[in-house]
Design a protein around this ligand. Structure first.
Ligand code: ADP
Length: 260
């Protein structure tokens, strides 16, 4: 796992991205580079812009200025700009550069675990049904759910559903996995099994940007931590630095105090 982005070119390059909802500026010139294989966790108080930032990277949200590049290619879009000039097909292809997993599991309730994973593989990636089934089984095995391939979401626990959600995202072979508070809706006893899956993907070199309130996980599993406050990057660095009790950053200090 890479520990710093300084010595390798950025896989994800967010440069001076700003965004307002009406008169409220929710991202203020946010810059962040993520190298291949890095696991970057984003922490910060509610409303600081963490989710909006991930949504901009995954094309779900436009931004007003700045640029977002994956592998050197602009993937995000500015209002009134790039989006209008791109076909829906291009948009789908670019969105597929990133995989996103949400707090709510968002599985299709009428499809089995395998069926949920196969859908994007057949519809977006053009795989045959049998190829897609084999890939789905591989990833279900990888998240410890080989025996649940034919179960419907309602027959799975929240933790199992979220592991299917992760398998569905990585099966598409995204360059970057975006994880938005993926354990926040889970009962506490189910959080560990989901974080274990994330950790094993990290160990395999998956590049990830993860919004989380799991401080112990952020400390142990991330290459770097980004602390967002008021729409800006207030602190960024290795976990030991950002989570240091003696930080002089007052916003960060008061945020961290809630977890002690
Ligand atoms: P976080 O993930 O850190 O809690 P968000 O990115 O969800 O923060 O939200 C940042 C700010 O943007 C908040 O003030 C929120 O109310 C506002 N916001 C988010 N989405 C919208 C939207 N679609 N319309 C208007 N305001 C929004």
């Amino acid at each position: 796992m890479a520990t710093s982005s300084s010595d390798s070119p950025a896989l994800l390059d967010i440069a001076e991205v700003s965004k307002s909802f009406g008169s409220v500026e929710v991202l203020r010139s946010v810059s962040l580079k993520v190298a291949k294989g890095e696991v970057v966790t984003v922490i910060g108080p509610s409303g600081s812009g963490k989710t909006t930032l991930l949504r901009c990277v995954n094309f779900l949200e436009s931004y007003d200025s700045g640029s977002i590049r994956i592998d050197g290619r602009e993937v995000g879009f500015r209002d009134g700009g790039a989006r209008q000039r791109r076909s829906e097909h291009d948009l789908a292809a670019m969105r597929a550069e990133t995989g996103m997993v949400f707090q709510s599991f968002n599985l299709f309730p009428h499809l089995t675990a395998a069926g949920n994973i196969m859908l994007g593989l057949t519809k977006v990636r053009g795989k045959s049904k049998s190829e897609a089934r084999a890939i789905a089984e591989h990833w279900l095995g990888r998240v410890g759910l080989a025996h649940k391939a034919d179960s419907l979401p309602a027959e799975l626990s929240g933790g199992q559903q979220q592991r299917v959600g992760i398998a569905r995202a990585v099966a598409m072979e995204p360059k970057i996995l975006l994880l938005d508070e993926i354990t926040s809706a889970l009962d506490p006893e189910l959080v560990g099994e989901v974080l274990a899956v994330v950790r094993s993907l990290a160990e395999d070199g998956m590049t990830m940007v993860m919004v989380t309130h799991e401080m112990a996980f952020a400390r142990d599993a991330s290459s770097r931590i980004v602390f967002m406050a008021d729409g800006g990057v207030s602190a960024v660095g290795p976990p030991k630095e950002v989570l240091a009790a003696e930080t002089t950053n007052e916003r960060l200090r008061s945020f961290l105090a809630r977890f002690r």
